[in-house]
Design a protein. Structure first.
Length: 138
């Protein structure tokens, strides 16, 4: 599905790319082109297939919680590779997200119906006095 979304977005993406394109593309170094290729192929396309396969294997409710860790992994990698500073604000935000996920997980587990709960069935309709009319075969 996401691949089709990218295709549908082309009518907007192509004019935006043309309008923001530098006068001489040849002056763009190889490293930005490789970065664009990596983001386009792995993050935006191949990564979706792996993510959807993981969701199918582990269940959406359980595996989607992992996506909440993505910002923190990004912060850690940015600090490791780009020498970014992890501030107190980032740590507080991380603690708030972890607390929210923990609360929602406990609430969902507490409110889940038990496996042995009996469900009342709807009463059956009253018996008919006569059969419905049959259509004549032609």
């Amino acid at each position: 599905m996401i691949s089709w979304v990218l295709v549908v977005a082309l009518p907007l993406s192509i004019p935006a790319a043309v309008l923001t394109m530098p006068a001489d593309i040849g002056h763009i170094a190889l490293k930005p082109w490789l970065g664009l290729l990596y983001v386009a192929l792995f993050s935006q396309w191949i990564g979706f297939f792996a993510w959807n396969a993981g969701l199918a294997m582990g269940g959406i409710a359980r595996v989607s919680q992992i996506q909440l860790l993505q910002p923190f992994v990004t912060f850690a990698l940015a600090a490791l590779f780009n020498d970014e500073t992890i501030t107190l604000q980032i740590l507080l935000f991380a603690a708030a997200v972890v607390a929210t996920v923990a609360i929602s997980t406990r609430t969902r587990a507490r409110n889940a119906p038990s496996k042995t709960a009996s469900f009342k069935t709807a009463p059956s309709p009253p018996p008919r006095d006569r059969e419905p009319p049959q259509l004549a075969a032609s």
